[in-house]
Design a protein around this ligand. Structure first.
Ligand code: HPA
Ligand code: ZN
Length: 344
């Protein structure tokens, strides 16, 4: 799949490539224009009240520098309609990127901490997801991501609330500041979620060491690793991840913008594909990192001169690694086969 490119795949074809997006923070899809519109609607004065002033803040030096702006901008999300509008805007953009199935994370603790009711966030997002298939042809799943720089008690309390209100979530994740907040901090949380029948994912190996990836698998029992790029530093771990075909939801433009890698050219994704790792391409926080999943694919194809077989492999991995029904996976793999046949 990674032999010398026969012919680079055309950017329009990459946008039409049927794919699943598995690593997406819905709050990271708040575009600057929508931030200002929601601030006006809710009578909120932002520290950066114009597009120019706001856009100047989008230069990041690491994960924390991004998280500071990401959490600050959430201040504009007050009503259910705000959450619905944000989610609808993402789905429209995702459709343009060829996304046919999306598993969407949200940060419940970040909203509760601001005094927004959990039900406001959940119901607002869920309202847009309820019509995503009819409106955009996209099937979806919602994942509650817990903040690893907060306590396990706080996470457990919010998880219990989500379960008590029968929130339409398919799983839980673990995000926010990674270094110093290892998976071992959240063993009880993941145990409780597993017991409740939820699917399990966690960010690991974005800024944190390869041992966090191992611990997310062994201590938390996660089924997928979000990011996982630092796995390449440990050849034994790579061997294991290949043998177990653990899905790694890689986010190339995010890694460049958060300076986890120096440049896209230096990104380990080609090496990960060659090693036989189960990798897929995702946008993470597209409003902050320079584009949606289609833009991630376009940048990769331009940088690495990939042929259609390579992008097809990445799309197939995304579909197979999703929590969609077997029937939906077969349907999307069929669409992918049709896309492939049209490339010849
Ligand atoms: N990493 C960790 N936490 C996050 C991210 C990310 O890229 N985006 C939103 N929360
Ligand atoms: Zn992420």
């Amino acid at each position: 799949m990674t032999q010398a490119p026969v012919e680079n795949v055309d950017p329009a074809a990459v946008a039409a490539l049927p794919k699943a997006e598995l690593h997406l923070h819905i709050e990271g899809t708040l575009e600057p224009e929508l931030i200002l519109a929601l601030a006006a609607r809710n009578g909120i004065t932002l520290p950066f009240p114009t597009l120019e002033a706001l856009r100047e803040q989008y230069e990041f030096t690491d994960l924390q520098s991004f998280l500071n702006l990401y959490y600050a901008n959430m201040a504009v999300l007050i009503t259910e309609a705000d959450f619905t509008d944000m989610t609808g805007a993402y789905l429209a953009r995702a459709k343009e990127s060829g996304v046919r199935h999306a598993e969407i994370m949200f940060d419940p603790q970040a909203h509760v901490a601001r005094g927004v009711e959990l039900s406001t966030a959940v119901n607002g997002i869920a309202a847009a997801l309820a019509t995503s298939e009819a409106d955009f042809g996209i099937t979806t799943g919602l994942i509650a991501a817990f903040l690893r720089d907060e306590s396990e008690e706080s996470a457990l309390a919010v998880l219990e609330q989500l379960l008590a209100m029968n929130a339409p979530i398919i799983g839980i994740g673990l995000d926010s500041a990674e270094v110093g907040n290892p998976p071992s901090k959240f063993i009880r949380l993941f145990k409780r979620a597993a017991q409740a029948g939820l699917r399990l994912v966690a960010h690991a190996g974005e800024e944190g060491p390869p041992s966090y990836i191992e611990d997310a698998l062994d201590l938390l029992g996660v089924e997928r690793i979000d990011h996982g790029i630092r796995a390449v530093e440990d050849k034994y771990l790579v061997k294991r991840l290949v043998a177990e075909q653990v899905p790694l939801t890689v986010c190339p433009l995010s890694n460049v913008r958060l300076r986890t890698v120096d440049t896209l050219a230096a990104h380990p994704l080609p090496q990960m594909i060659t090693a036989g790792l189960n990798v897929c391409v995702n946008s993470d926080d597209p409003a902050y990192f320079g584009g949606y999943v289609g833009a991630n694919f376009a940048a990769l194809v331009a940088e690495f001169e990939w042929d259609s077989a390579t992008v097809e492999l990445l799309a197939a991995n995304s579909i197979r690694s999703s929590f969609a029904s077997d029937e939906r996976k077969q349907q999307l793999l069929g669409e992918l086969a049709a896309w492939s046949a049209a490339q010849d």
